[in-house]
Design a binder for this molecule. Structure first.
Ligand code: XMP
Ligand code: MG
Length: 173
């Protein structure tokens, strides 16, 4: 049976906000070589929309990772199931993710990427659920803050479905 999905953030609002984020990024990184790094699979729709709205050339690369362990900052581990294709040493990195929730996954990924010595690293997320945070993780660019609700669309899935929805929706049943 299909789930019932209510619109939380309409498509045009998402697109307008991505344009604003892209403008800010294009201004900040003008004249620099910027690498967008997306975390698979959730970041794909946001990353491509953002890249298309930017007015500077960018390189893109992806990695896939999942966190495991007890879930605390000290004991969490990240398992990289697909690594980046290229070194990021000396590069300006923008890590791109669909959502930051407890912050654990991004905390571990940023720690791991810092060890590869990029020239700089910032984080852009489409959605932020600050009420769920377990570890300190502040994104530099945030599309929307949302309450503690389970959302789909723009890369976010319910049982691997609905990633393609062009609005952010709440699964109601
Ligand atoms: P952290 O480590 O920040 O994990 O807790 C973030 C990851 O959790 C997933 N997530 C969601 N997926 N709807 C989803 O489809 C949601 O509302 C949601 N909240 C968190 C997501 O994979 C994200 O990368
Ligand atoms: Mg994810």
């Amino acid at each position: 049976m299909d789930a019932k999905i209510e619109v939380l953030i309409p498509e045009q609002d998402v697109r307008d906000r991505i344009q604003e984020m892209a403008d800010a990024l294009s201004e900040k990184y003008a004249g620099e070589n910027l690498h967008l790094i997306g975390i698979l699979n959730g970041s794909v729709f946001f990353l491509t929309a953002l890249a298309q709205k930017m007015s500077i050339p960018v390189e893109i690369d992806f990695m896939a990772a999942s966190s495991y362990g007890s879930g605390t900052e000290s004991s969490g581990r990240v398992l990289v199931t697909k690594d980046l294709d290229r070194s990021i040493e000396g590069d300006h990195i923008l890590l791109v993710e669909d959502i930051v929730d407890t912050g654990q996954t991004l905390h571990l990924i940023t720690e791991m990427l810092e060890e590869r010595n990029p020239a700089s690293m910032e984080l852009a997320v489409l959605l932020d659920k600050p009420s769920r945070r377990k570890v300190c993780m502040d994104a530099d660019y945030i599309g929307f803050e949302i309450p503690d609700v389970f959302v789909v669309g723009w890369g976010l899935d319910y049982d691997q479905k609905y990633r393609e929805l062009p609005f952010v929706g709440i699964v109601t049943e």
